[in-house]
Design a binder for this molecule. Structure first.
Ligand SMILES: Cc1cc2nc3c(=O)[nH]c(=O)nc-3n(C[C@H](O)[C@H](O)[C@H](O)COP(=O)(O)O)c2cc1C
Length: 367
C-alpha cells in the first residue's frame, strides 16, 4: 500500500495549486456552482461543481469558472494544465455521451462520479471520460467496503471517496460512519492489491478537528458539503440556510430516510440510496402515520410559495439536505475563509499531536 505521504504526492501532482491537508468542497447538485468551486480552489482546496443533468448549465458554469481563473493572479492556478476544479456527476441521471462532450471541451482536473444505477456502470463512465480528456482524473464516491472494492477492481478510479453515514444529502442506505468505514475499506483495498488508490473521507467533517481525525483514520484528503452550505458563495434559499444555521445536535435534528426522495412524487434514486436531511414537518407527519399521498400534496403546494417549502423550527415541507455536523456550523463565512481556517486548525491539531507524542516518548524513557 502506498503511504499517505505517497498518496498526497500523487494528488498534488495533478492538483498542484492545492495545499495540505487537501480540503475538497462537495459537488452539491444545485448548490455548488462556479462561485463556490472557484473560491475553494483559489484558496488552495479543490472546488467541485455539483451538476444535475443540465449540460448547457454546466457549460455556462465552467465558462464562468474559466474566466474567474484567467483573471486570478495565483501562479499555481495559472500553471495548472487542467481547469483547476472538479465536476460532480450523478451517474444515474446523466448520459455518458453528453457529459463527455463537456469534459472534452473544459478539461477539469477531476470528474467525481456518484450514484450510478449499478456499480458495474462506473467502468464505462471512466473509460469514456479518460478517452475524452487524458489529463482529467476520475474519482468515485461510495459508502461501504463492498462498493469500494467493486469499484477499485472493475473501474480503476484515480481515487475513491469513502462517504460515511453522517453525510448530508444522498448516500448509501447501508453504510457506516467514517471512523470505521475509512480504516476498514483502506485495509480491504490494500489486502486486494488496490492500496495504491488514494482514499478520501466525507461525511460529518465540518472543521479542522474532523479533518485531522480523517487523516488519522488513513484518508489522503477530506470532503465537506454541509460546512459549505454556510458559505457566502453557495446557492441556497435564505430560509434553508437559516435552518442550517439554527440546527443544533446534528444526530437529532437530521435524519436519513427515503421519504425525502418521495416528497415530489416517485423516488428516482437507485435502490441502494437514501438521504440525510434536517427533520421537517413532512418527516414528522410520516412518522405519525399521515399518508404519503397527503404528505406529497402538502409538499407540492408548499414549494410553490416564496419560501419554497423551507422553514426554520423543523416546520418546513421540503427537504433541507444536511449532515450530522450541522450542529457545529455556526456562522456563514466566505468559502476561502472556511478553507483557510479549517486547514489551519487541522495543522494546529496535528502539531499538537506531535507534542503529545513527545510527551509519550519522554514518559517511555522514565524507568
Ligand atoms: C446539500 C447537499 C447536496 C449534495 N449533493 C450531492 C450531489 O449532487 N452529488 C454528490 O456526489 N454528492 C452530493 N452530496 C453529498 C456530498 O458529496 C458529500 O458526501 C457530503 O456532503 C459529505 O458530508 P457532509 O455534508 O457531512 O460534509 C450532497 C450533500 C449535501 C449536503
Amino acid at each position: 500500500m502506498a503511504s499517505q505521504k505517497e498518496w498526497a504526492t500523487e494528488l498534488r501532482s495533478y492538483l498542484p495549486w492545492t495545499q495540505s491537508p487537501l480540503i475538497v468542497s462537495a459537488p452539491m447538485g444545485g448548490f455548488a456552482w462556479s462561485p463556490l468551486a472557484t473560491c475553494v480552489s483559489l484558496a488552495g482546496g479543490l472546488g467541485l461543481i455539483g451538476c444535475l443533468n443540465d449540460m448547457a448549465q454546466l457549460s455556462t458554469e465552467l465558462t464562468q469558472a474559466r474566466s474567474t481563473f484567467a483573471s486570478s493572479f495565483n501562479p499555481s492556478i495559472q500553471a495548472s494544465k487542467t481547469l483547476p476544479l472538479g465536476v460532480g456527476i450523478l451517474a444515474f441521471i446523466c448520459k455518458i455521451e453528453d457529459v463527455v462532450r463537456v469534459i472534452e471541451e473544459f478539461k477539469p482536473a477531476v470528474v467525481w462520479l456518484f450514484a450510478a444505477k449499478q456499480l458495474g456502470d462506473y467502468r464505462g463512465w471512466i473509460e469514456a471520460l479518460r478517452s475524452a480528456s487524458l489529463e482529467t482524473k476520475v474519482w468515485v464516491q461510495v459508502g461501504n467496503v463492498e462498493s469500494a472494492l467493486h469499484v477499485a477492481k472493475h473501474a480503476r478510479p484515480d481515487a475513491i471517496c469513502l462517504q460515511g453515514a453522517d453525510a448530508g444529502g444522498h448516500g448509501f442506505e447501508k453504510g457506516a460512519g467514517i471512523i470505521s468505514l475509512v480504516p476498514e475499506a483502506a485495509d480491504a483495498l490494500k489486502r486486494e492489491g488496490f492500496g495504491h488508490i488514494p482514499v478520501l473521507a466525507s461525511g460529518g467533517i465540518v472543521d479542522g478537528r474532523g479533518v485531522a481525525a480523517a487523516l488519522a483514520l488513513g484518508a489522503a484528503g477530506t470532503v465537506m458539503g454541509t460546512r459549505f452550505l454556510a458559505s457566502k458563495e453557495v446557492s441556497i434559499h435564505p430560509v434553508a440556510q437559516a435552518a442550517v444555521m439554527e440546527a443544533e445536535d446534528g444526530g437529532q435534528v437530521t435524519k436519513r430516510s427515503k421519504l425525502f426522495d418521495q416528497l415530489k412524487g416517485p423516488n428516482i434514486w437507485p435502490e441502494a440510496y437514501d438521504g440525510r436531511s434536517l427533520v421537517t414537518q413532512s418527516y414528522e407527519d410520516y412518522i405519525s402515520g399521515v399518508s404519503l399521498e397527503e404528505i406529497q400534496k402538502l409538499h407540492n403546494e408548499a414549494i410553490l410559495e416564496d419560501h419554497r417549502g423551507y422553514s426554520i423550527g423543523r416546520k418546513g415541507r421540503a427537504a433541507i439536505w444536511a449532515g450530522t455536523g450541522v450542529g457545529i456550523v455556526k456562522e456563514v463565512e466566505a468559502a476561502a475563509d472556511i478553507v483557510e481556517n479549517v486547514r489551519k486548525e487541522a495543522r494546529g491539531i496535528m502539531s499538537g499531536l506531535r507534542d503529545f507524542q513527545a510527551t509519550v516518548s519522554a514518559e517511555q524513557l522514565i524507568p
